[in-house]
Design a binder for this molecule. Structure first.
Ligand code: HAM
Length: 425
């Protein structure tokens, strides 16, 4: 049976084919994200993958609402698989914010589901690193989030030559929109046309803008002026103090499609413009109030970074790490009368934290050695029984083919001291 289109199987390395998705690359990304979140003082949270449909239809805007995997459950409730985690985060924080010191700094790595048209960088499920800071409306918080975004990408090996964070302002766009006397209720439609400018033909964008009372030319002129707002100026200054100026630029092409953004918005893109956005986020100062029915009113800012574009970008820039089995040693059993003692030794070594492999059934020594080489181990060892009945372990360093023998009981210590060191004969 085939998997559903837009969904992925994750295979262990070595991958069966170049296009297969790697469970180990996924773990690498998650570890990098968790490591950076820790360095910035963010704590992990999660929420249910299935939520009331209303949570998303009310708060996220038409684009995401149109991509929902939604259905009525057996109890007749209208539910949806989460297409993003921000509305759930707003609910969690609104429900328990008094328990936490402000600003609240939380992260999550949820799997998200969107019934999108499949294309490069866009699937129907993805994992998304989310970092959000709640309870601080100073642009210093915006800068902290942008710095975290930059470091999340640096943590996987990308540099200022590979990506740029494009900073913009919903407020600036809102003012542009309102000053021209356009219909307030259609502001989000306008933002969505701007959001798609880079992906749609100029003719299509111009036609859509005209129905809203704008021309492509005046929108382009506003983008070209790139006049930073007071908030953006402070964010740029803050990032420059950290030495991160090379990673950012003001770019009003960014406006973001989601409904709830209110201020600073930003996206990370590859420099060559070959891929869809690697990450996107912004300030959403009204969402908590909306979700809590007015009970909690806290400003917030955050971003989401997907694993799909990031994995594609790492592959394209040759930055995908090599994933080895991580086996420390291989136990060769060429005398079946020593199998039980070998199992005991393997068990002891594994208990001491070493990764040890051996052949499950009687196998020729040649095949065992071949397997050890495939696993990339530095050492093999085998047991030998002396005439006195004493057990010795013969340890071999594959790189140098040198060997030494020792009491089986000393093997763990020898492997732990310096697993790759050449033995003294
Ligand atoms: P978003 O721009 O919809 O924002 O998604 C953020 C990132 O998730 C995108 O830049 C992309 O890397 C990835 N992504 C989104 N959709 C897909 C897809 N169908 N396939 C693969 N990757 C995808 C949000 O979701 C906001 N909730 C982020 C946020 C957090 N804003 C504030 N806090």
């Amino acid at each position: 049976m085939e998997r559903l289109p837009g969904f992925r199987d994750f295979y262990p390395e070595p991958l069966p084919e170049a296009e297969a998705w790697s469970a180990e690359l996924r773990r690498f990304l998650f570890e990098a994200w968790r490591g950076v979140a820790r360095r910035y003082g963010f704590r992990e949270y999660d929420a249910p993958p299935l939520e009331p449909l209303e949570l998303f239809t009310l708060k996220s805007g038409a684009e995401i609402a149109g991509q929902l995997y939604s259905f009525a459950d057996k109890g007749g409730r209208e539910v949806a698989l989460r297409p993003e985690i921000t509305p759930s985060l707003a609910r969690l924080v609104a429900a328990r914010e008094r328990h936490y010191k402000k600003p609240i700094k939380w992260f999550a790595i949820p799997q998200l589901f969107r019934y999108e048209r499949q294309q490069k960088g866009r699937l129907r499920e993805h994992f998304q690193f989310n970092a959000d800071l709640v309870g601080e409306n100073d642009p210093a918080a915006d800068a902290e989030l942008v710095a975290l975004l930059i470091d999340s990408l640096r943590a996987v090996g990308l540099t200022a030559q590979d990506f740029v964070v494009r900073l913009s302002s919903r407020q600036a766009w809102q003012e542009f929109y309102t000053h021209r006397g356009a219909e307030p209720a259609r502001a989000l439609d306008f933002f969505q046309v701007v959001d798609k400018l880079e992906r749609e033909s100029p003719e299509a964008s111009d036609a859509k803008l005209k129905t809203l009372g704008f021309t492509l030319e005046e929108v382009r002129a506003f983008i070209a002026a790139a006049q930073p707002t007071a908030d953006l100026t402070r964010i740029l200054h803050n990032l420059s103090a950290r030495g991160l100026s090379d990673y950012t630029r003001v770019d009003y092409t960014i406006v973001r499609g989601l409904a709830y953004y209110t201020g600073t918005v930003f996206e990370a893109h590859d420099r060559r413009g070959e891929f869809r956005a690697i990450a996107g986020g912004g300030r959403y100062d009204n969402l908590l109030k909306l979700i809590s029915g007015g009970k909690t009113d806290l400003p917030a800012i955050g971003f989401g970074m997907g694993d799909v574009v990031l994995a594609e970008l790492l592959a394209a820039r040759n930055l995908r790490p090599k994933f080895e089995a991580g086996t420390d040693a291989y136990c060769v059993i060429d005398d079946e009368t020593l199998r039980d003692d070998s199992l005991r030794l393997v068990q002891d070594l594994r208990n001491s934290g070493l990764a040890v492999e051996y052949a499950l059934t009687s196998t020729s020594a040649d095949k065992q050695l071949k397997r050890a080489l495939e696993l990339g181990v530095a050492h093999t060892f085998k047991l030998e029984r002396l005439g006195t009945g004493k057990l010795l372990a013969r340890l071999r360093v594959l790189a140098t083919r040198s060997e030494r023998t020792m009491l089986a009981a000393d093997l763990a210590a020898a492997l732990h001291v310096d697993p790759a060191a050449a033995p003294q004969s």
